[in-house]
Design a protein. Structure first.
Length: 110
């Protein structure tokens, strides 16, 4: 082969490589702009919940590590009883809506 064909061949290969890198850069740029558009829409949807007023006025939460174990156990027991009663109420309501028989233990004791 002649020497000038090698030059043409390498120039064509370099031009194709640059075109391919340009195409990849364009795809990455388009993906990034789409990501930023989605992030902007998400922040607009979430913005009303994050105005910062509640965070400044709310008292700091005290973790259970710095409280007495008896106090934490008592709070957990109260919360557990509340959850159980809520589940019972939901079960009774669901069964009455479906027309299913109620369990004897779910009936209120008079």
């Amino acid at each position: 082969m002649e020497w000038w064909t090698w030059i043409l061949l390498w120039l064509a290969l370099a031009a194709l490589a640059l075109l391919f890198l340009g195409y990849l850069a364009w795809r990455i740029f388009r993906g990034f702009t789409a990501l930023m558009d989605d992030a902007g829409r998400a922040s607009e949807l979430l913005a009303p919940g994050f105005d910062g007023q509640e965070a400044r006025t709310a008292p700091p939460a005290q973790t259970a590590a710095f409280r007495s174990p008896a106090e934490v156990r008592a709070e957990n027991a109260v919360a557990s009883r509340a959850r159980k009663s809520q589940r019972l109420e939901r079960r009774v309501r669901r069964r009455s809506v479906r027309g299913q028989p109620q369990l004897l233990r779910d009936m209120p004791h008079l």
